[in-house]
Design a binder for this molecule. Structure first.
Ligand code: FES
Length: 345
């Protein structure tokens, strides 16, 4: 009974919160000024002290990860979400936002049960805030400059919200007091603005969005370059059916992979080529050091959480030929299968 009430209330609060979050977006869209920066964003960009401090912190964390070698990179990969094929931070925020928002609403309602529910939810939100913040900080270490200030303010507001919610718990002492209600409401306000900035980072600055090209071909062997024109250990960027491809020769083996990094579009032909154990020949992006396996484009190290298109290669009559390795993401396969089943029903 308690659990079902909790679940229903949790669901309702998430719907309510989603509606609240949509208000600024709706207001902005109603102005019919697409992709225009708001005054808040412009001001954030222009505050130099935030900019230099954010940049120093971001680079410091990134350098610490790179300096920590393979173990540190594995931890960073886990927090970026390379294992998930999707950034981890936005997925975790759902739990925190839902629990805190719901906790705030119940904290304002009267009654002992509501008070207990509020307390449990705020506690759950505070616990989940820890891995969420760690994932966010890891993403911040490689966030592009254009979104750095917004990301810094987003993270700071989240910290303020967490402190306010902890103060709310401390002042509740088992029952929601006036101060507890005040702190949780202020916490909700800080979280609301922060969530709006988080949405801006994704939808406006396109942080965490897959920047790679997704070619559909060539599916047949296609001649791309004379073998004599590709020197060993000297990568070369070519265009195939409108997609940038990096060719790389090591020994007698030729590799071909999409040349645009999925993280922020870095030019992979300018990256560092290296051998990495079972992953074979890899390329490290020159911008934020994502590592991709040349064999099939899989992510060896983040920050990219998206794999790249890769090609089979062969040499015939002195000409390098390539053919796209067809590989459907699992989700796409599942959704296509589902759509197919619905259509045939
Ligand atoms: S552009 Fe960021 S890792 Fe390649």
């Amino acid at each position: 009974m308690y659990a079902s009430r909790l679940f229903v209330a949790y669901t309702e609060s998430k719907i309510l919160f989603a509606l609240l979050l949509s208000i600024p977006t709706f207001l902005e869209q109603s102005k019919e000024v697409p992709m225009q920066e708001t005054d808040v964003e412009r001001n954030l960009k222009e505050i130099e002290s935030i900019d230099s401090a954010s940049h120093a912190v971001s680079r410091g964390i990134h350098n610490a990860v790179l300096g920590g070698g393979e173990p540190a990179r594995k931890v960073a990969d886990a927090l970026h979400g390379t294992w998930l094929g999707h950034p981890l931070h936005p997925a975790l925020t759902d739990f925190v936002v839902g629990a805190f928002a719901f906790g705030s609403l119940f904290n304002l309602a009267s009654g002992e049960l509501n008070g207990k529910l509020a307390r449990k939810l705020i506690q759950a939100g505070a616990i989940m805030a820890v891995p969420t913040a760690l994932a966010g900080v890891t993403d911040f270490s490689t966030v592009p400059r254009r979104a750095m200030n917004t990301a810094a303010v987003h993270g700071s507001l989240n910290s303020v919200a967490l402190v306010l919610y902890l103060l709310s718990l401390r002042n509740g002492n088992g029952r929601p007091s006036g101060m507890s209600k005040l702190f949780s409401t202020l916490g909700f306000g800080a979280m609301f603005v922060s969530a709006w900035l988080g949405g801006k980072m994704t939808y406006h600055y396109r942080v965490g969005v897959d920047k790679s090209e997704r070619p559909e071909g060539p599916t047949e062997w296609t001649r791309v370059l004379s073998d004599a024109e590709l020197t060993e250990n000297r990568p070369r960027r070519i265009e195939v059916e409108g997609t940038a491809v990096v060719l790389y020769k090591r020994g007698s083996r030729i590799y071909a992979m999409a040349a645009v990094c999925a993280h922020e579009g870095g030019p992979l032909e300018e990256g560092t080529f290296l051998e990495k154990g079972a992953d074979g020949v890899c390329v490290e992006c020159p911008w934020h050091q994502s590592v991709f396996a040349m064999e099939d484009g899989h992510v060896v190290h983040g920050p990219s959480t998206y794999e790249l298109a890769a090609y089979e290669t062969r040499v015939q009559d002195g000409q390098i030929q390539i053919r796209l390795i067809e590989r459907k993401p699992v989700v796409e396969q599942d959704s296509r299968q589902l759509v197919g089943e619905l259509v045939t029903e």
